[in-house]
Design a protein around this ligand. Structure first.
Ligand SMILES: [Fe+2]
Ligand SMILES: [Fe+2]
Length: 203
């Protein structure tokens, strides 16, 4: 089942759709928390602040979208019962972070705050590339059936984030494209696992 079909199936069932929105909210919130956790005590730029706040907004916005298909009270937390593919959804970002850190330690011998910052750049870059692909496919599936749920404001901000990550990566390393490619390779594996786990919940 491809991503488009997975989304079509999810959207067709309101309560499953609500769980999916809660799951996307969890993943956005995990992203926001990761960005904040990677911040240096003092060297926090305008772009990093902007990014952390927008990811937190995405988490909140997706949670609020639940009311268009179900009751928000039915999805009070991010506990397993309120999610689709909980394990794959929880581990997606953490695993990406762990693998990218391992890669950076091995290839660039980074440690401490330098490692934290470089991991922030590469992990976030890979996620933004994915977000720029995933959200438009989801929005198309929503439009197809005239759903009241919409993620257009997220799409606009994610496009901005990708451009901002490229800008920061260029300042970080001349060789940024090779590192970014490696991060995307790692991410693809984890994303494929996630979509398999989503598809498994549909049958
Ligand atoms: Fe986001
Ligand atoms: Fe983003």
């Amino acid at each position: 089942m491809n991503l488009q079909e997975i989304f079509q199936n999810i959207i067709a069932d309101d309560s499953l759709h609500a769980r999916f929105l809660n799951t996307l909210s969890l993943m956005e919130n995990t992203g926001a928390r990761k960005i904040s956790a990677s911040e240096d005590k003092t060297k926090v730029s305008y772009l990093i602040l902007k990014h952390a706040s927008e990811e937190a907004r995405h988490a909140f916005y997706l949670k609020k979208q639940i009311q268009k298909v179900d009751k928000i009270e039915n999805f009070p937390t991010y506990e397993n019962a309120y999610l689709v593919a909980p394990f794959a959804s929880y581990t997606y970002l953490h695993s990406l972070d762990i693998h990218v850190c391992r890669y950076l330690k091995q290839t660039l011998k980074l440690a401490g705050n330098d490692l934290k910052y470089a991991a922030y750049l590469l992990v976030t870059y890979a996620i933004e590339v994915r977000a720029d692909e995933l959200y438009p496919i989801y929005q198309d599936a929503l439009d197809e059936v005239g759903s009241k749920v919409n993620v257009k404001s997220i799409i606009v901000e994610e496009e901005g984030h990708l451009a901002e990550m490229i800008y920061q990566l260029k300042n970080f390393s001349e060789d940024w494209q090779n590192h970014a490619e490696k991060a995307c390779e790692i991410e693809k594996n984890l994303f494929d696992n996630w979509t398999v786990a989503l598809a498994e919940e549909l049958v």
